[in-house]
Design a protein. Structure first.
Length: 161
């Protein structure tokens, strides 16, 4: 190879070298580690895993939360259990989630964990919420009032229908 070819770099690779990727935040890395631990625990338990295991894990995660996040998570847990008793509580990326046949249908993401200004209550693609060509799959939560409880209960019932 000639010396000239060794020193040439494409514009694309030079640009990529000069730009530093910020990568994942500490919170995102912690969530991924939580998910890896959840998968390992599920593999160890295998078919003998039951609803009580998931419920105790979800309640433990809720207990770790602080302030309004804990209050909302407790309320959501009660609403989801009342609206869709067929859903099994489990943790998903270190957050409370609720599954049908092992697949997450809905989840709660605390504001504190990701330093966000609001918590999120969301649904996966396994939820039956389809409405035309576009529909919401996640909702910002600042508090859970009686009006929100009704909406959440109706959405959860629809999601598992």
């Amino acid at each position: 190879m000639s010396p000239k070819k060794d020193t040439q770099k494409s514009a694309k690779s030079t640009t990529a070298i000069n730009k530093k990727s910020k990568g994942f935040t500490d919170e995102e890395r912690a969530a991924m580690k939580d998910r890896a631990q959840e998968l390992k625990a599920e593999a160890r338990r295998g078919p003998r895993a039951d609803k009580a295991d998931g419920e105790s894990a979800v309640l433990a995660k809720i207990a770790e939360m602080q302030g309004p996040d804990r209050t909302m998570a407790k309320r959501l847990h009660a609403i989801i259990q009342a609206s869709a008793p067929a859903l099994s509580p489990k943790t998903w990326y270190g957050m409370p989630a609720y599954a049908k046949d092992g697949k997450v249908v809905c989840y709660f993401q605390s504001a504190q964990k990701f330093k966000s200004r609001y918590a999120t209550f969301g649904f996966s693609d396994k939820a039956n919420l389809d409405e035309g060509a576009m529909w919401p799959t996640a909702f910002a939560l600042k508090e859970v009032t009686a009006a929100e409880e009704k909406k959440i209960g109706a959405l959860v019932k629809k999601a598992v229908s």
